[in-house]
Design a binder for this molecule. Structure first.
Ligand code: R5P
Length: 286
């Protein structure tokens, strides 16, 4: 591993604890101005100090983040899918259409751009099991090939959506864990230095961790009551994750400053959910 890659990884993952709290604020790249992130500069103002690195897009970096910050930046580098749309089915004379959505991504920020922006790393999503599987895995493989020339770490994201997300929503945790374990491993096999995935029920997440030789961080997903978000964070850490790359469960919380500190104490100190809720006077539903 080059010095540059090691040094950037040390900016992302705290060398003392081996853990990390990444604050995700890249949602606008496909969701537009989501609640809590309408004004990213305002959103991060009071909470950026509690994260180990921030995950914006290059656009938000330019417009909303103070260049004097000492917080490392991990740039979203794949995108372009955004809203679902109907497209014609190739070689189909009947004129039928199919739906293509978020999974239709390309590389939107090159390794050179990321280095010029002094990024500590980049993120690329893969959409395993979708029609865009090959294209998205190629995005990851291409980015790791280029990024590693500059000592730039790549976080591979096991993106989910549509039918796959239904597995989680319907509580089919074993199936969802199997899917995430496959996707996480595929991300590593194509060069990811860190894998960003989702927590999946107690007793299942160990399958994801066990098959992934790279460190794993979890995204938070949709906003849940504070206690629930802290519980899955705690369980993910206890199972072997090295941290979070969390957005909505922090910036959409009624108490973002308290919430990120609570997450931080669970991640870096291994504190219990009860301990951090009481320390920061968090309510169950914050
Ligand atoms: C999705 O891939 C985006 O990159 C988000 O950064 C990611 O989902 C983490 O944010 P949240 O915790 O809100 O899910």
């Amino acid at each position: 591993m080059s010095w540059g890659l090691q040094n950037r990884l040390a900016q992302i993952i705290n060398p003392e604890t081996g853990k990390t709290v990444l604050l995700a604020v890249d949602h606008g790249y496909f969701m537009g101005p989501v609640s809590g992130l309408e004004d990213p500069a305002k959103t991060v103002a009071d909470i950026i100090q509690y994260c180990d690195a921030l995950s914006p897009t290059k656009g938000i970096l330019h417009h909303s983040i103070d260049p004097n910050t000492s917080t490392p930046m991990i740039l979203r580098a794949s995108g372009g899918g955004s809203m679902a749309r109907q497209v014609p089915i190739e070689n189909d004379a009947t004129g039928k259409t199919r739906v293509i959505g978020l999974e239709d991504e390309v590389i939107t920020c090159t390794a050179e751009e990321a280095v010029a922006l002094n990024a500590a790393g980049v993120t690329i999503s893969i959409y395993v099991g979708t029609e865009m599987q090959r294209q998205s895995i190629d995005n990851l493989a291409t980015m790791t090939r280029e990024a590693h020339k500059y000592g730039l770490p790549v976080i591979g994201i096991t993106a989910v959506g549509g039918e796959l997300d239904a597995l989680r929503v319907e509580g089919k945790e074993a199936e969802f864990a199997k899917y995430l374990a496959n996707a996480a491993r595929i991300a590593v096999e194509h060069g990811a230095d860190i894998v960003k995935t989702y927590f999946v029920g107690k007793g299942h997440f160990d399958k994801v961790i066990g098959g992934c030789p790279a460190p794993i961080v979890i995204a938070g997903g949709k906003k849940e009551p504070a206690q629930q978000a802290l519980e899955f964070t705690y369980m993910a850490m206890q199972t072997g994750a090295i941290g979070v790359d969390m957005g909505r469960n922090i910036f959409q919380s009624k108490e973002p400053v308290k919430m990120i500190q609570a997450v931080r104490d669970i991640v870096h100190r291994g504190d219990s959910v009860d301990a951090v809720m009481s320390r920061y006077n968090l309510k169950k539903d914050d």
